[in-house]
Design a protein. Structure first.
Length: 107
């Protein structure tokens, strides 16, 4: 509506074809709406990628604990294993933050 009002005000001052101006304003509004929808789709795609990339290592960790708990014992019983698990969790959180930051729209 703001674009239309501005266009009509300019049209009144300068003159010209009002119908042509309204067609151009309608085209601009449709393009902006199309670009907004495309941006929302790409943002949703990035968010879905984030959840998949966070869920795969977590799911694999849980699956390995269920299938063969003895295989995962070094992660729980050794100091180095506990450090590795802490680093892995920190890296997953950092990756989630970066992907969320990249997916934000600024316009």
């Amino acid at each position: 509506m703001k674009i239309f009002a501005t266009s009509v005000a300019i049209q009144l001052r300068s003159g010209g074809n009002l119908a042509d101006m309204i067609d151009r304003v309608a085209w601009v509004v449709r393009e902006r709406m199309r670009l907004h929808r495309r941006a929302r789709v790409l943002t949703a795609e990035a968010q879905m990628s984030k959840w998949v990339l966070l869920g795969l290592p977590t799911g694999m960790f849980v699956l390995l604990n269920v299938i063969n708990p003895e295989y995962m014992d070094p992660f729980y019983n050794t100091f180095l294993g506990q450090i590795m698990m802490g680093v892995a969790v920190a890296m997953l959180m950092c990756g989630a933050w970066v992907m969320s930051w990249m997916a934000k729209l600024k316009y």
